[in-house]
Ligand binder design. Structure first.
Ligand SMILES: Cc1ncc(COP(=O)(O)O)c(C=O)c1O
Length: 351
């Protein structure tokens, strides 16, 4: 059930002054946004609903339950030193949701509607944005085929929902494993789209990785099983002996917004050589002096050890590297308006 969000809507007490990390969990905050698409009405004007006790009603025939028409996004609102609420590249999340949706033949909200929904959710839940450098408000836009279907065909109704949750760090862990029994995506599959099924498929490899004390699986390509793709929820980077920053080329990996930002910062701020190309596991084990993974949730985390074919291989000297740290700090400072944002990535929210 959904109740419109009003002055009287129930609001949970804010039990934290943000000195403790909020973790990374679903929480019911003050308000969420829901809207629907039908062929007759197209996208209805969305609105805020009370988040406490909110549920989405679905027909048992809903396409998403049978055939998995579901895509999502993830972005963060943070507080700057001056207590402004800022978003990072939300337009790119809006565009990627449209790209992911078109792969699954779903209707997606226009970019402006997406931005309106995200902004409204951040404003309504602004008290949940952690203090400066104490975490962030993670925003989760979600789109599902809610119309019923029995034959395999696109739904005739779509539900778009945006909710948020305060978060601390997501993953963590510097050791990753190349599993001999897991691939994430095949050429021409859905690897480049942020579709829910990719993440259901990553649960088992992630469990295997964790059981072997690794933060996540590092997937290789499905055709030759030699070229690195990415992790379950983050992109892969390495810095080679000659100083080149390399990352796997786009194709069957998710075009990460953090990935693009790191490439841009490496190229345009530090003037380091950058390459997007095929990156073999052998090259990384032999030539990399640093490695790391990037994502909205993970931000930038060093990889110090890669377990491959049952053996641990330290990257460089097996410690977090200085250039990964420089990239992380630069990105963080751009996001918090402490460094010039030449690319207009940061969007301030009027509260
Ligand atoms: C599979 C996968 N790769 C990469 C990323 C990083 O993307 P972004 O930097 O846009 O968060 C994510 C997270 O969204 C992901 O799920």
């Amino acid at each position: 059930m959904l109740q419109p969000f009003t002055e009287q809507s129930p609001r949970p007490s804010q039990a934290t002054d943000w000195d403790e990390s909020p973790g990374f969990d679903y929480k019911e905050l003050d308000a969420l946004w829901v809207t629907k698409w039908t062929p007759e009405s197209s996208w209805q004007p969305g609105q805020l609903y009370a988040h406490q006790g909110a549920t989405l009603e679905l027909s048992p025939g809903a396409n998403v339950l049978h055939y998995g028409q579901a895509v999502f996004e993830g972005l963060k609102a943070r507080r700057t030193r001056n207590d402004k609420a800022v978003l990072f590249r939300p337009i790119d999340n809006a565009r990627r949701m449209r790209a992911s949706s078109s792969r699954l033949m779903m209707e997606a909200p226009p970019v402006q509607d997406f931005l309106q929904a995200v902004t409204a959710v951040v404003r309504a839940n602004a008290r949940w944005i952690p203090r400066y450098r104490k975490g962030s408000l993670y925003i989760r836009p979600l789109l599902v085929g809610s119309g019923p279907a029995l034959g395999v065909r696109p739904a005739q109704e779509y539900t778009f929902c945006v909710f948020a949750s305060p978060v601390g760090t997501y993953m963590g862990g510097n050791r990753v494993i190349v599993l001999s029994t897991a691939h994430r995506a095949a050429p021409y599959g859905t690897g480049a789209a942020k579709v829910a099924g990719n993440y259901a498929a990553s649960l088992l490899p992630q469990k295997m990785a964790k059981s072997l004390d690794c933060a996540d699986a590092l997937y290789c390509d499905a055709r030759e099983d030699r070229y690195i793709e990415e992790l379950s929820g983050a992109n892969f980077f390495a810095i080679l002996h000659d100083g080149t920053v390399v990352t796997p080329a786009l194709g069957s990996i998710l075009p990460g917004i953090t990935r693009d930002s790191i490439l841009t910062v490496a190229r345009e701020v530090f003037h380091w050589p950058v390459a997007e190309r095929r990156v073999s596991i052998d090259e990384i084990l032999n030539e990399a002096v640093e490695a790391f993974y990037t994502g909205t949730a993970a931000v930038l985390s060093p990889i110090t050890v890669v377990n491959y074919r049952g053996q641990d291989h330290p990257i460089g000297d097996g410690e977090a590297g200085p250039r990964a740290q420089m990239l992380l700090e630069a990105l963080d400072e751009i996001q918090l308006q402490e460094r010039p944002d030449y690319w207009d990535w940061v969007v301030e929210i009027d509260e």
